[in-house]
Design a protein around this ligand. Structure first.
Ligand SMILES: [Cu+2]
Length: 650
């Protein structure tokens, strides 16, 4: 058996269909994306001229031959219908590939012909969803398209360094000045790891998805964005700021924003002053259209049902309702009636992204809100998602509160919850390579140019959960961290704080029928991923492996997931109190057979299990997702709430 595997591996390496060759090809396709494929990448260069696209690729080639495609060296927005159409044609062409060679050749061919933004988007989505790319790690987007993650000052400095061929490292500051209180939380909205998580989430779960149904996509849309706002609020409280208020179409947008960021092609991202009054955006929507969409959705929630395209009611007041509502609010292709309920979230992103030039008079490119890479830089992103969240909460609060019997699990008695290690955060410098931000030619040597940015991290810690169980069983452990006090220092009741709870972890474990201590490291969290592998390392690793005739083994390649180093909110230097909520329930709520042995992907909490059903049958946020009129319901042996402090060290 071992020999057979070895022979298979050798054959794969020889044919170039092994992970090392695949990784090398993807690296090379994404290297210096605004320049032609380097001639030293001979197979790709060859395919870019001689390959004959088939199927969906043939249709796309026809568009190109007829000069209908967006030019190169132009900005790209997924929210622009025609630009999206073109990108999706390439996604289709790539996903049709039944072997990697076809995938690679199709990509090489269109790389030299299509708009670079469309190409990068399509390639990332296709690698994420295509089985022929299994094992490939996508390079960090902040090193492939650094313009979308850094600011203009840094890019200008990088150009100067390049022109003089001087290796350089610069510090990148967060946008704005200390006169702006929002500046205190810019480290969160501008974090390149968090922005990558957000953009990858939308690549794993695209609103335009026309493939097989993705399990609980609408609910995941709700949950991942709800968690972003809960995390943002915890950061605000850590920085002596009130939690963010929701957006209203009839009120001025309180916070302005100056992105200090430039498109690679297309000029500066537009700014918005404070207290901008919403204006209709030509070609998108009027303010009353937005209000109309909102009121139709509110109406559906109050009635407890959505009306499908054919007029049949789809009832919402059950565990499945949130999934439908998520599809409706975004809206995605799964929305049962987008003609009637519209696309509140997607339109709102465009409305906010265009307020600087709503009539298109000044030919400005779209604002940061039109790109998943840049949206969270703008404080209005969180205002918008608080508003979406208020609709989801309206629905959730209509559901019958859980009873003690429902949330109880008689087998488990949590005896104590302790944290081994400090819950302690700090800032550190993080290096981002800027090689791909700069235009040059093959003849000019690359010089090392990078930027350093401050990012949040924390010391390692381990939960130690003491449990007495009556008999052996598989159990589900859910851990949440919830701010204990509001902005004014008033202690919150469970029903007040539950909506601000951060999902820290969810995992399955074996109860041994006796007393035991469940140990779980913070770094094992099922909502986070470790640091992304730098592009430079991916290139070196794949090139070395190919040169040595060896394959690569990449075990966990998911790009969607909150950065592990941001698992904890910043906290305060004197310590900030949180409620640590731990619930142990029966493992019957797992959707797969042996949940304790199978972690089912490291980031299922926010990102699901790729291509599989969501591993947990319970609603996301359980058991804190419904109203709690009587806190005593939570007075059950299998739930423990303790107070912990998060410290921030300068
Ligand atoms: Cu989003």
């Amino acid at each position: 058996m071992k020999w057979l595997l070895l022979i298979a591996a050798v054959l794969a390496v020889a044919s170039g269909a092994d992970v090392a060759h695949k990784q090398q090809a993807i690296n090379r396709l994404l290297f210096k994306i605004t320049e032609p494929i380097r001639s030293k990448f001979a197979d790709l260069k060859e395919a870019s001229t001689s390959f004959v696209p088939t199927g969906a690729g043939e249709l796309l080639k026809k568009e190109y031959d007829d000069h209908r495609l967006l030019e190169q060296k132009h900005w790209f927005s997924l929210f622009n219908p025609r630009q999206r159409e073109e990108a999706l044609m390439l996604v289709d062409a790539l996903l049709e590939s039944t072997d990697f060679d076809h995938f690679k050749d199709t990509a090489a061919y269109f790389r030299e012909r299509m708009n670079e933004g469309e190409f990068v988007y399509a390639l990332y989505v296709a690698v994420t969803h295509s089985t022929v790319c299994d094992g490939v790690i996508l390079p960090p987007l902040y090193e492939v398209t650094p313009h979308m993650f850094t600011n203009s000052e840094v890019i200008q400095k990088a150009y100067t360094a390049k022109m003089t061929q001087t290796p350089a490292k610069f510090h990148m500051e967060f946008t704005g000045s200390r006169k702006n209180p929002e500046q205190r939380v810019a480290y969160f909205g501008e974090d390149v790891g968090m922005n990558s998580h957000h953009v990858h989430w939308h690549m794993d779960f695209p609103f335009w998805w026309h493939g097989d149904k993705i399990d609980r996509k609408g609910e995941l849309f709700f949950w991942v964005h709800h968690q972003l706002t809960a995390r943002f609020d915890a950061e605000r409280l850590s920085n002596y700021l009130p939690v963010v208020d929701e957006l209203y179409w009839s009120r001025p947008i309180k916070e302005g924003f100056a992105p200090h960021t430039t498109y690679r092609y297309g000029g500066e991202f537009p700014s918005r002053p404070d207290n901008k009054v919403f204006e209709a955006v030509e070609g998108v929507a009027r303010i009353r259209d937005m209000k109309e969409m909102e009121s139709r959705i509110r109406d559906a929630i109050s009635h407890g049902y959505i009306v499908a395209k054919d007029g049949t009611p789809i009832y919402l007041d059950n565990d499945h309702g949130i999934d439908i509502l998520g599809d409706v609010v975004e809206s995605s292709t799964s929305s049962p009636n987008a003609a009637y309920y519209g696309a509140l979230h997607n339109y709102a992103h465009m409305m906010l992204g265009r307020q600087a030039d709503p009539k298109g008079k000044f030919n400005m490119p779209p604002g940061v809100m039109e790109h998943f890479e840049t949206a969270t830089r703008d404080p209005s992103f969180f205002r918008l998602h608080k508003y979406m969240d208020s609709l989801f909460k309206l629905h959730k609060d209509k559901l019958k509160p859980y009873t003690a019997e429902e949330i109880g699990y008689a087998n488990a008695h949590v005896t104590e919850v302790e944290i081994d290690g400090d819950l302690s955060t700090y800032f550190e410098d993080f290096e981002i390579d800027l090689t791909n931000a700069l235009d040059d030619t093959e003849e000019i040597d690359d010089v090392a140019i990078s930027t350093f940015v401050k990012r949040l991290n924390h010391k390692p810690f381990t939960y130690k959960i003491g449990v007495d169980s009556d008999h052996e069983d598989t159990a589900t452990v859910r851990i949440y961290l919830c701010p204990k006090h509001d902005y004014n220092g008033i202690e919150l009741h469970l029903d007040e704080y539950r909506w601000g709870c951060i999902e820290m972890d969810k995992f399955w474990t074996h109860l041994n029928g006796k007393h035991q201590i469940i140990e779980r490291k913070g770094s094992e969290s099922s909502v986070t991923i470790p640091d992304r592998v730098p592009f430079h390392d991916l290139i070196k690793e794949a090139d070395d492996a190919v040169a040595a005739g060896k394959d690569l083994v990449h075990s966990d390649v998911r790009a969607c997931g909150h950065p592990a180093r941001m698992l904890l909110p910043k906290g305060k230097s004197e310590g900030m109190e949180f409620n640590l909520f731990v619930a142990i329930t029966s493992g019957d709520d797992a959707t797969h057979d042996n949940p304790a042995a199978d972690d089912h992907g490291s980031t299922h909490g926010y990102c699901g299990s790729h291509g599989e059903v969501y591993p947990d049958k319970r609603p996301m946020g359980y058991p804190l997702d419904r109203k709690v009129p009587d806190e005593r319901v939570f007075d059950v042996d299998n739930i423990n709430v303790s107070t912990v402090k998060v410290f921030h060290k300068e």
